[in-house]
Design a protein around this ligand. Sequence first.
Ligand SMILES: Nc1ncnc2c1ncn2[C@@H]1O[C@H](COP(=O)(O)OP(=O)(O)OP(=O)(O)O)[C@@H](O)[C@H]1O
Length: 390
Amino acid sequence: MVDNRKPKSQVKGAASTVTRLHEAYDHLLFPAETVLVKCDRPAHPLINKTYNFERVYGPAESQQVVFGDVCPLLTSLLDGYNVCILAYGQTGCGKSYTMLGPHSKEACIPPWGPHSDLGIMPRAAGELFRLISENPSKSLKVDVSIVEVYNNDILDLLAKERRTEVSGPKRDAPTSKAAKREVSPPTRQPVHSAEDFIALAAGSLQLRAQLATQVHARSSRSHLIITATLTTASPCDSPADRQSPGPPLEGRPVWGRASPGSPGAQRPVGQVHAKLQLVDLAGSECVGVSGVTGSALRETSFINRSLAALADVLGALSERRGHIPYRNSQLTHFLQDVLGGDAKLLVILCVSPCRTHVAETLRCLGFGARVRQVQRGQAGGGSVAPRKPR
Ligand SMILES: Nc1ncnc2c1ncn2[C@@H]1O[C@H](COP(=O)(O)OP(=O)(O)OP(=O)(O)O)[C@@H](O)[C@H]1O
């Protein structure tokens, strides 16, 4: 069982530079930005393994500290760069806590307070609107879409029909091929303040698929993707526009900056300034430990398969293969622009300090190590610029 009273560790990979921390458990040591896994299970092939990340957070570090490292990405967003922040890890290890803060079906997002535990999403919403108010000349507008990837279907959590259907209307990944088939993109709702943004997200969270398992009483059964699209009335003034003008596609949904050759984002010229994506992945799960059966077992199988597909895509990108298997799952298809494109991508790995979960922890750290090897902007998938140094 994951001890929910204990704060979880957060390990951030694939970006950022700040280093801090000293914390030790019996098998997990965190010297600076390194995670050292020591385990006395002799049969395990990966004992005494060291992983390096840009930053490692100990259990005692607050949400505010974590957001302190995320915050500069919002300045990049205002500068016109697409940004994606993605939480990955085993079920019950703190992904939703990190991204959203403590929440429940009854009280989705707790009120703001100087020492509150608010997660990245509400803090990012506050910072985004603060930056917009400081830059009135940019005339930026914000639209939000919220989808969940459940059992390999993309479900639109903002669609009106979603309120009356159990499974919600399905949407396709917003890529150029999808656009050619005239599928409907996810609903995009304008928001005018951080409060609007948070209220919209809070309403959607109540619709998100959840289940009690032996590991986590409120386990998310879907990947949640919150997208904030910044548009400007004035034509093409962002770095994105200057680097990759791309052909105009009239009447197509606005999906951020497209990379030449990428089957990804399409946008009308002069509209999109940048896109922020906040991704709270469903947790990887060992069926023997979570004890799920029936339809929950099916959900687990979809979750694990989509996470494996994500790892495959990152593996292919890191090896710079010609073919990147984005289409093996709706999750990777949906995130194609972010994974293979030139968005600023920040992956936060959430790991358990419990010895019983060491195998999952090693898997998670291995995933993070793979993410760090990806030289984005150079492999297949049609990106244009090498990863920008931070
Ligand atoms: N850093 C932390 N400090 C305090 N409590 C935490 C921390 N991280 C997680 N928790 C608590 O642990 C529990 C599980 O966390 P959370 O729901 O975020 O896990 P998860 O990784 O999203 O799980 P799943 O993938 O199953 O949805 C929650 O009750 C959460 O409030």
